[in-house]
Design a protein around this ligand. Sequence first.
Ligand code: AMP
Ligand code: GLY
Length: 423
Amino acid sequence: MNILLVGSGGREHALAWKIAQSDLVVRLVAAPGNPGVAALCETRDIKATDVDGLVALAQEIEADLVVVGPEVALEAGLADRLEALEIACFGPTAQAARLESSKAFSKDFAVRNGLPTAAHGTFENAAEAKAFLDRFSTPYVIKADGLAAGKGVVIAETRAEAEAAIDDMLGGRFGQAGARVVIEEFMVGEEASLFALADGKTAVLFGVAQDHKRAFDGDQGPNTGGMGTYSPAPVLTDALVERARRELIAPTVAGLAAEGAPYRGVLYAGLMLTEQGPKLVEYNARFGDPECQVLMLRLDSDIVPYLLCAATGQLAELDPPEWRNDAAICVVLAADGYPDAPKTGSTIKGADQDFGEHVVVFHAGTKQDPDGTLRAAGGRVLNVCARGATLQEARDRAYAAIARIDWPEGFHRADIGWRALKG
Ligand code: AMP
Ligand code: GLY
């Protein structure tokens, strides 16, 4: 098979790493990829938002399957264009991807389909939005409707802060993404990520993980795209996963099909494990980053048949995927200043040395000079991942590897996995 992989982050390096292990692959091309991906397969310098360029590339390489990493390509309609050309695409159409790209759509969809989630209201008018706050007490949850690169959610500790956030969002801070705001009930519990593949009608569970969203140790500092993950997540027991499958995943796939927007790709449910059971915080239309990295380390089955059958409506023909009976961890190395103003350009030494069979380093925001020097080129730069018989063993291996990477201008959290290890 010829496969085109779209994206350039650590998530896509992990996907390339796993796809490249498949005997089914004849040719793997990534666009745009990164230096880590380029060490595994061919890359082309076409951005994830360049739908015309990506469609042309898929045709040029006679792709049997296009695997889409980031949501921006989905929102831009890449899956729709490929569908029209009858090229199999792992990733939903723009309409189905509204589960992620529009919080107002996804909240209304949740209500229509009886999914357990926070009570909410959607507003374009600031006065109405502020009046709706009366229904809740602190902390207030205010969200911009559209994609806002993870910055569109404010958890306000005071009424004044909540009202300021409403004015700020409706005032144009996020452009079109903030033309509507969603105000919702604050849910209490531990967060976890649940993944399922869907082919338009059938859903197959595809792993669990826990992320660390805050920049600094002890869950302090600003929210980020994720500073580290581990899988499995003991807090998300088999019983809770089954309940989430029944109450969330299955009705979501059925609901989208019934509404004429069948969902093909990966459904990433951000869950709050509340006293009343798992509730939906948000859906994403893609693999989590860096959740994908730990899933790929633990997935025993060849991933390609799952990606292909999700794209072609044939998931029911496959056995459930098999997972290694061990633990995996991912620690993100970020550039100083991330997430607000990451300092790029600094030199990284030792990232691509041989760390032994239990450790894999995925590249995210890196670039390589012609002489081979590796440099930071983004906020999240490297993902140091490790496996172990236990999470503690995996964690010790990851931090031992980090100690061998020479990058004074980077930082990482030293406490990834604390929730699962605290007991
Ligand atoms: P989101 O972008 O919707 O995932 O929100 C970002 C983060 O805000 C989530 O990971 C949660 O930690 C928090 N959050 C969002 N919505 C709620 C809610 N209704 N109750 C409590 N926390 C929330
Ligand atoms: N790690 C969180 C996300 O990918 O949205």
